[in-house]
Design a protein. Sequence first.
Length: 229
Amino acid sequence: MTDAMPTETITQPSLSLPVDPEHGGIRTVGCLSFIFVTVAAFFIYSMMIPDGPLLTGMLALLTGAFVAYMADAWMKRHWPSGRQLLVDDTAIQVKQYNKVEMQVDPQRQVNVLPWRFTVKRSGRVKKGWYVVALGLEQDEMLLPVYAFAPPERFEELPLASLFTTLQKEEKKEASVTGSARELKAAGQQRRLHDAEKARGLLGAELTIDQFETYLRELQKQFPHWMPQK
């Protein structure tokens, strides 16, 4: 009689979220499709309306924008970035397929850096929306996760009052000659500006609903370092 082979226990993460819903590949293809379709449509409409260059140009732009919009919507559903945010009791990590890009150990002390700033120009999101970010800092590692949110949706987030507004660089520098309170605020702003640079390079983007789910999961699993109120 042979002994049964031991089975390997696979730990499933308590939270697994796809990140970067509009990654660089989608933006590149969307831009190229807009240019290609607009140029092609201009030549087609020029043959159909030879004496209306202004109308032809407007129709071409509308056609290019419509096709790019539809292509963008399709790609968001069918072309994931391959990056995931995973949370369990042994690790919080961002992975690109099977490669770990960033990781912190939640069983050790983690410093929590929440910040936000206002979008100044309309683009991917509307002017006046917030970029809301949470950085988990441990040793030399920072794991930044962020989302875009309208102000009213931001106010519904847990810990909304703890997200420090990121100030402009000149305001931060001007404050370093002030009182002890101003010096402390200036030091916090320097730290957040460093975190914002990391977010711009490596940050994992979530939808605002996913971001709220992430916050609540951290509060639930790691109350010894994650703020609760």
